[in-house]
Design a binder for this molecule. Structure first.
Ligand SMILES: Cc1cc2nc3c(=O)[nH]c(=O)nc-3n(C[C@H](O)[C@H](O)[C@H](O)COP(=O)(O)OP(=O)(O)OC[C@H]3O[C@@H](n4cnc5c(N)ncnc54)[C@H](O)[C@@H]3O)c2cc1C
Length: 327
């Protein structure tokens, strides 16, 4: 699937992008959604899947993971093309039919009539765990899309932020053992989470590093180096989760010739950018009074997609109709 032809391309499968995909489906547009991460959900999936979000209208206290699952289920009403683990890199505009062509890191060419950029704070790249080189896909994870994959395993989690501690607490009832290795004494995670973790059966090792990861083709054991005592202990592990954070980079999107301010994309009230046919929504947008919340991104996504629909077919009404009338 190297050449893809759609009406609209959505760049970024965070909450704004997923909702934009729903709106595009509702308008009957052939839609592709691309994200450089292997999982949909943007910051929610990468940084706080186990946290409860309290300020999404109508969903009091929904877990990040559940919110993303709901957004994906909404999208599945339509037959969208999802391109995960692929980054939108280059943009060429104005072929004979005035279409855009987006080139991707996986070598795809996506042709489309309109684009909605929902790239948030940019492409996330997990900070690598040097000891894990060579074990990716063989016991090393940078995400936990499905906690049950660690059922009855000995798991080592590396990191001291919210993700590391949240995953430790999530896996504790499922895994045979959970060991958390953090190089400092202090955690960056929420105090309450750290307290819960310390009360749980999670084996917390502070002032420690992962030395070598051992195994024939897959992770079998991990060396834990105690920084203060300079001792090394080898423990059994079949899974290692590197939760060392992510580096976010808007990189390629900044080369698309779209007006930006403070590394965000400037939009008007239609969520239209300075390039005709390219819209933006969510954390990436910039305008006076902008509030960076999931709920705001949803509204912007609906505005962006419906304005794109009218741009592609001026006979259409801007108002999409009520979903209650759609079935
Ligand atoms: C710890 C934490 C807690 C939070 N709690 C809340 C809360 O309680 N309530 C709330 O409303 N908000 C909260 N937020 C903020 C909220 O997560 C963001 O507002 C929201 O995720 C923005 O959604 P988005 O879709 O615009 O962008 P993102 O979620 O950032 O998603 C953007 C996606 O675009 C992808 N991408 C970027 N560039 C490219 C490219 N060139 N090609 C392909 N893919 C690309 C990225 O990989 C990413 O997946 C929190 C944020 C953090 C970090």
């Amino acid at each position: 699937m190297t050449d893809i032809n759609v009406d609209i391309l959505i760049v970024g499968a965070g909450p704004a992008g997923l909702y934009a995909a729903y709106c595009a489906g509702f308008r009957g547009m052939r839609t592709a959604v691309i994200d450089s991460l292997p999982e949909a959900g943007g910051q929610i999936t990468a940084l706080y899947p186990e946290k409860r979000v309290y300020d999404v209208a109508g969903l009091p206290g929904v877990k990040g993971r559940e919110l993303v699952a709901g957004l994906l289920e909404q999208c599945r009403t339509f037959e969208h093309t999802f391109l995960l683990g692929d980054q939108a890199r280059t943009l060429q505009s104005g072929d004979q039919e005035g279409r855009f062509e987006v080139g991707t890191s996986a070598g795809r060419r996506i042709r489309c009539d309109a684009i909605v950029v929902t790239g948030g704070i940019g492409t996330f790249t997990p900070r690598p765990l040097p000891a894990a080189a060579g074990f990716t896909g063989a016991g090393i994870s940078y995400f936990v899309p499905d906690p049950t994959q660690f059922t009855d395993l000995d798991v080592v989690i590396v990191g001291g932020g919210d993700s590391a501690c949240d995953w430790a607490l999530t896996l504790e009832p499922l895994a045979r053992s959970v060991t958390l290795v953090h190089r400092r004494e202090q955690f960056r995670a929420h105090e309450h989470t750290v307290a819960l973790m310390r009360e749980s059966s999670v084996d917390v090792r502070t002032c420690a590093n992962v030395g070598r990861i051992l195994g024939e083709g897959a992770v079998e054991a991990v060396e834990i180096v105690d920084i203060s005592g300079n001792t090394i202990e080898t423990i059994k592990a079949q899974g290692v989760i590197a939760a060392l954070g992510f580096v976010a980079n808007l990189g390629p999107l900044l080369t698309w010739g779209i007006e930006t301010r403070d590394r965000r994309i400037v939009v008007d009230t239609h969520m239209s950018t300075s390039v005709h046919g390219i819209f933006a929504a969510g954390d990436i947008t910039q305008y006076p009074g902008k509030v960076r919340l999931i709920s705001v991104g949803f509204g912007e996504a609906a505005t962006a997609v419906n304005n794109a629909a009218v741009l592609l077919d001026p006979t259409l009404d801007l108002f999409p109709g009520h979903s209650t009338d759609a079935v």
